[in-house]
Design a binder for this molecule. Structure first.
Ligand code: G4P
Length: 531
């Protein structure tokens, strides 16, 4: 028992959120390097090479040279067992990216020091904010000219509405980058441009009080500037409050350069010290404790047809409590069946490893004969509870779908409904019509290609997609109090319903949402649907 508690307590499961190119991949590689999982950065997920080699699960991945499936990386560092959930970005950004955040206990937010908060960071942050998980910020690329540090922090606070607390402080940037100042120990860690891809070289740490040394190391100007900034910082910044960090209301901030490998291990250590092991999770019978309760998990992602020859589906689940043992029987609550999970595996970037055991905090993928849905709960046969469902996220791209051969109506409806059920796309209909007019909504545009490809390959149905100009969708939270037919919005607004008959509104721009809200004061619109 003690051993199994210790296993859970040493788990840290998090996602990295960032805008493309902020340095998520580079940072992940450096983490793995410190964990000893790889010997040379670039060998795990190096862009051009590995992205092709990573997976041939779907033809589309090969064609595009990108990875549609997201995976988890597990490695050890300092007796922690770390699970990093990959949140696909770039063109492969999709609803799965959001769902992955449902399986994380915390998030690392990577920000490019010359850009500040960018669009995709904002979107991902919103989802983390909804869950109130702790967010740890790494401001990257200090080896390049950066924005003013106070402005960077201000930007995070204003754009994201979260308070910041710098754990360390950068000394210069670009050519003048000299290192970071550690606030707690009041030490300066001097920057050394270690060879790309190796572990941090010899670090020089000197106490900031040692002015002679400090001036020697940094030069007069940089030393003066640092001392001024420290004074300002100590006077102005809020006190560090771990409770607020754990509630996701205050983000600790570290600075560094993932590429030149400076400040990364320092950040990793701060992060591991402050983040939590798996925490209790909400279910319909109350909070489920990860240690006290036996095995339970929930499905957060379903990946279909990774292997075309077998037409298989993999259900990814996050273990929330207890220990999983491949030989044990578990209950699939929604299906009402007791079963043994088939081929439990851990899916890494480039390999699948069959597992015999796993613990709360871990992610496993299991073979799904078509019985699991996103949000489903698994627990011990004697138990019966359901974890809180995974919300449906607002798609941002919409298209009308037309079949090329109208004779294949049945296959078309079956195919599109099945793909929607797996959560790859969302389908909508005009408010007063049936399935003859289908509107598809996706979070990432690549999903349109996935839909087309899968309908053709699995259901032998050819479709044409006609892009629609809508970019925003809102669920009506108080649908029972609002007469949707009578709602008056802007002229571009479109009323639709989802598969469950819930009414929704489509808009071309954010201005229309505001106008519609103004014209209908009693209307409550949401970006997520919990039902
Ligand atoms: P992402 O996963 O967030 O999209 O970012 P990724 O790590 O792929 O980094 C994007 C680009 O930024 C890469 O350059 C990478 O080398 C660079 N980069 C990451 N961290 C730092 C840093 O600390 N300093 C500097 N100067 N650059 C950084 P690229 O030219 O697009 O790709 P590559 O040819 O280097 O792979």
């Amino acid at each position: 028992m003690e051993e199994y508690k210790a296993q859970i307590n040493r788990r840290r499961t998090f996602a990295i959120i960032s805008h493309p190119d902020a340095g998520k991949t580079t940072l992940t590689e450096k983490f793995l390097l410190y964990g000893g999982a790889i010997n040379l950065a670039g060998s795990v997920k190096g862009k051009a090479t590995a992205r092709h080699a990573v997976s041939d699960w779907m033809e589309i991945e090969k064609e595009r040279g990108i990875s549609v499936t997201s995976s988890v990386l597990q490695f050890e560092y300092d007796n922690y067992c770390i699970n990093i959930l990959d949140t696909p970005g770039h063109q492969d950004f999709s609803e799965d990216t959001y769902r992955t955040l449902m399986a994380a206990d915390s998030a690392v937010m990577v920000i490019d020091a010359s850009k500040g908060v960018e669009a995709q960071t904002r979107k991902l942050f919103k989802v983390c904010g909804m869950r109130g998980i702790p967010i740890f910020t790494f401001i990257n690329k200090l080896d390049r000219d950066a924005n003013d540090t106070f402005e960077l922090l201000d930007d995070i606070e204003k754009e994201l509405g979260i308070a910041t607390c710098p754990v360390n402080w950068p000394i210069g940037s670009g050519k003048g980058f000299k290192g970071v100042y550690e606030r707690e120990t009041r030490e300066v860690i001097a920057y050394s441009d270690t060879e790309k891809g190796t572990k941090e070289g010899k670090t020089t740490r000197i106490p900031v009080q040692d002015e002679t040394h400090l001036r020697e190391l940094l030069g007069e100007d940089a030393a003066d500037k640092l001392l001024d900034e420290i004074e300002l910082l100590d006077g102005a910044s809020a006190e560090f409050d771990m409770d607020l960090v754990h509630k996701g209301k205050l983000t600790p901030v570290c600075f560094g350069s993932a590429l030149t490998n400076f400040g990364v291990e320092v950040f990793l250590q701060h992060f591991l010290r402050m983040t939590t092991p798996p925490l209790p999770r909400k279910a319909d019978i109350g909070l489920i404790d990860p240690v006290e309760r036996e095995f339970s998990a929930f499905v957060f992602k379903i990946q279909a047809n990774m292997n075309k020859a077998h037409r298989d589906r993999i259900a990814f689940m996050r273990i929330c409590s207890g220990k999983f043992d491949a030989s044990m029987e578990v209950k699939h609550v929604q299906g009402g069946k007791v079963m043994r999970l088939s081929q439990p595996q851990q899916i890494m970037a480039d390999e699948r490893k069959i597992l015999s055991e796993a613990y709360a905090g871990d992610i496993i993928g299991v073979f799904d004969p078509g019985i699991f849905s996103i949000g489903d709960t698994l627990c011990m046969p004697k138990e019966n509870f359901c974890y809180e469902g995974i919300p449906t996220f607002a798609p941002e791209h919409f298209a009308r779908v037309r079949q090329v051969d109208t004779m294949k109506r049945k296959q078309f409806v079956k195919g599109i409904e099945q793909i929607a059920q797996e959560g790859a796309i969302q389908i909508f209909q005009e408010l007063n019509s049936g399935l003859e007019e289908i509107i598809v909504g996706v979070v990432g545009v690549l999903q349109f290609d996935v839909l087309k490809y899968r309908l053709q390959n699995e259901y032998n149905v050819e479709i044409r997609l006609e892009n629609l100009p809508y970019e925003h969708i809102r669920w009506i939270a108080n649908k029972n109090e609002v007469d949707v037919a009578k709602l008056t919005g802007t002229s571009d607004m479109k009323k639709v319903k989802d598969m469950k008959g819930n009414p929704l509104l489509l808009f071309i721009n954010a201005w229309s949402i505001g106008m519609t809200q103004e014209r209908n004061p009693g209307l409550v619109m949401t970006e997520f649907s919990k039902n």
